[in-house]
Design a protein around this ligand. Structure first.
Ligand SMILES: Nc1ncnc2c1ncn2[C@@H]1O[C@H](COP(=O)(O)OP(=O)(O)O)[C@@H](O)[C@H]1O
Ligand SMILES: [Mg+2]
Length: 275
C-alpha cells in the first residue's frame, strides 16, 4: 500500500517551533516536490519523518501504511522502507563504506546476503551512479568531495531499494553530470511501489524527474499544493506572489535570502552563512 499520512504536524527544535501544522499524504507511485525559501522547515520535515532525535514532535501524527511511524526507531523506519538522502551527509571515521552498506542490507534480511551477490549489486549500483570503486573501501564519506557524498547517498538508495525516498537537496554540490546521474537514478527507481519526497532549489532536477505533486512550504506550513505548473511559476516569478496570495511573510526568517529555483542556491546559501 505504501501510504504516508502526515496530520497537523507541529515540530520544535531547541524550543523553537519550526513546523506549525503540516498536512501531507503521499501514495505509492507518487513523486512529491517540496519547495520553499531557505530556513522555512523543508529539511526539518524530512528529518522528522526519518526520526532525527533533535526534532521534537509537539502535536500531530505521521503514519506509514497505517502504522504510527513516530513510535518507531530510525532503523525500524528504514526497515519499513523509508530512506533519507541527507542534505549534509555525515563523515564517519572507522566505518568502511562497504561494511556500512553490507550491514544496512543485512539488517533487512533474515539470512545475510551472499558476498558474491552483494559485490555484484554494489558494482552495478556504483556504475549507475558513477561512483569510483575505491570510494567503496574508504571510511564512510570521510574526505569525500561534496559530489562524491551525494553520489554515495544515491548509491545507498539504490542498494536499499526504499518504498519511500526522502531526498534533501541531493543536487546541490553536483555538476551537470552528477545532476543527470541523480535524475536518471530517480527515474530508474520509479515504479508502482516507489514514492519520493524531493527537496531541490533547481528546476532542472524537477524538469527531469517530473513530480506528480508540488508543495510550497513557508514558515512551517504548506501554503499551497498543486502540480508541476507551481514549479514553473516559482521559477519565473520567485516566491513574492506566494506572499501576496497567501498572506505569508518570507523575509522575516532570519533575513535569509529568497532563493529562486534555477539559481545556484548553494552558492547563495554559503555566501550568507545559511544551510
Ligand atoms: N538542529 C537545529 N538546531 C537549531 N535550529 C534548527 C535546527 N535544524 C533546523 N533549525 C532551524 O529551523 C528552521 C528551519 O530549518 P530547515 O528545516 O533546515 O529549513 P530549510 O530546509 O527549509 O532550509 C531554521 O530557522 C533553522 O535554523
Ligand atoms: Mg534544508
Amino acid at each position: 500500500m505504501n501510504r504516508l499520512i502526515i496530520k497537523d504536524l507541529e515540530v520544535s527544535v531547541e524550543d523553537k517551533k519550526i513546523l506549525k501544522g503540516i498536512n501531507l499524504e503521499i501514495n505509492k507511485g507518487e513523486i512529491h516536490a517540496l519547495i520553499g525559501p531557505n530556513g522555512h522547515g523543508k529539511s526539518t520535515l524530512l528529518n522528522v519523518i526519518m526520526g532525527h532525535p533533535r526534532y521534537i514532535v509537539d502535536a500531530g501524527s505521521i503514519t506509514y501504511n497505517d502504522e504510527d511511524l513516530l513510535s518507531f526507531s530510525v532503523d525500524n523506519r528504514s526497515k519499513k522502507g523509508i530512506f533519507l538522502a541527507m542534505q549534509h551527509p555525515l563523515e564517519i571515521s572507522g566505518v568502511k563504506n562497504i561494511d556500512f552498506l553490507k550491514s544496512a542490507i543485512n539488517s533487512r534480511l533474515d539470512k545475510p546476503v551472499s558476498l558474491y551477490k552483494f559485490i555484484k549489486e554494489v558494482e552495478t549500483a556504483s556504475e549507475e551512479v558513477g561512483f569510483d570503486s575505491n570510494l567503496i573501501h574508504r571510511n564512510l564519506n570521510e574526505g569525500f568531495s561534496g559530489g562524491e557524498k551525494k553520489r554515495n547517498e544515491i548509491l545507498q538508495m539504490k542498494l536499499l531499494n526504499p518504498s519511500l525516498a526522502l531526498i534533501d537537496e541531493i543536487d546541490s554540490g553536483l555538476d551537470v553530470d552528477g545532476l543527470n546521474m541523480v535524475s536518471n537514478a530517480l527515474n530508474n527507481s520509479k515504479n508502482e511501489e516507489f514514492s519520493a519526497l524531493i527537496i531541490s532549489h533547481y528546476s532542472k532536477l524537477y524538469k527531469e524527474v517530473k513530480p506528480t505533486h508540488v508543495h510550497i512550504i513557508v514558515d512551517g506550513r504548506i501554503v499551497t499544493s498543486g502540480d508541476y505548473s507551481l514549479i514553473e511559476r516559482v521559477d519565473k516569478e520567485g516566491y513574492s506572489w506566494v506572499e501576496k496570495e497567501y498572506g505569508v511573510s518570507i523575509s522575516k526568517k532570519e533575513d535569509k535570502p529568497r532563493v529562486v529555483l534555477g539559481t545556484c542556491a548553494v552558492k547563495e546559501s554559503i555566501g550568507n552563512g545559511n544551510n
